[in-house]
Design a protein around this ligand. Structure first.
Ligand code: MG
Length: 281
């Protein structure tokens, strides 16, 4: 199933299931409430109202009730390019490096991202596979971890590199408004047999900048969930961004940063393509 949040002709944000060129409306306040239902009650929430896809606008597929969880430096080649660009020795951690993005950073699929030139001259892209949690859980073992996954979507961890470096913590450089495009939909876990065997890529104005496989993650999804949920409750609708592969702008020679009018595309096999235009004023 492909789950969407959509804005109907009356301007209401509603949850639905994408069925070809139509959307079947879900009888729940929003996608997060739907995900929080027990699996047997989810079926009962599917309504009979069908709306043509062309008559709606897609919104952020799920809005977690708190920050978006992220993992830094989770692909070896990306960790290498980052250390090289900064002139640092490569030192990989024994545990995942978690940080978060503020929920106000979320942006819808196809939305234009309004970024401010006076805030940063160094906006960069990061294509990432995002995991959506389906079950309230804590202290999940690696063996149980995939059972709490509801589904997957694409995320672009847009980053103001100068701010990321100016602050000891990455939060500020990762949390500006419109720097967390998510979507275009959530593909349920049953349709993604192996989330560690997906081609992941990023195109800037049609030119391939990142191309890798989710199989290259240093810490895989079960380990990420086990580490994150250790002593900390995860909630339905929580989003975990699993890190970006090599090819990001700042590590290129010479460095490349986003410019006004750029078109960004995050594409992940079996999941979809997340497109966002950049406006920098
Ligand atoms: Mg990232």
């Amino acid at each position: 199933m492909r789950l969407v949040s959509f804005i109907d002709a009356q301007g209401r944000v509603r949850p639905g299931i994408l069925e070809g060129e139509t959307v079947r409306v879900i009888n729940a306040p929003d996608v997060r409430s739907y995900i929080a239902l027990s699996p047997d009650r989810r079926g009962a929430a599917l309504g009979s109202e069908i709306i043509a896809l062309r008559d709606v606008r897609l919104d952020v597929p799920v809005r977690p009730q708190r920050n978006i969880f992220c993992v830094g430096r989770n692909y070896l080649e990306h960790a290498k390019e980052g250390s090289k660009a900064l002139g640092l020795d490569l030192k990989l951690p024994d545990v995942p490096t978690f940080f978060t993005k503020a929920p106000t950073a979320l942006a819808a699929p196809d939305a234009t991202l309004h970024l401010q030139a006076r805030v940063s001259p160094q906006y960069d892209f990061e294509a990432e596979l995002a995991v959506v949690i389906g079950t309230r859980c804590k202290d999940v073992t690696e063996t149980q971890a995939m059972d709490v996954v509801f589904g997957y979507t694409c995320l672009n961890d847009v980053t103001a590199r100068d701010l990321q470096r100016a602050h000891l913590q990455w939060f500020k450089g990762k949390s500006l408004d419109d720097t967390c495009p998510l979507g275009p939909w959530i593909v349920t876990a049953d349709e993604v047999r192996d989330p560690h065997a997906l081609t992941i890529g990023f195109r800037l104005n049609g030119e391939q900048k990142q191309h890798s496989s989710t199989g290259s993650m240093i810490f895989r999804i079960p380990r990420l969930i086990a580490e994150l949920s250790k002593g900390m409750t995860l909630e339905p609708g929580d989003v975990i961004a699993t890190g970006t592969p090599e090819g990001v702008g700042f590590a290129r020679t010479p460095p490349e940063f986003l410019a006004d009018g750029d078109m960004m595309e995050v594409e992940i096999e079996r999941i979809g393509t997340l497109r966002n235009k950049v406006e920098i004023r």
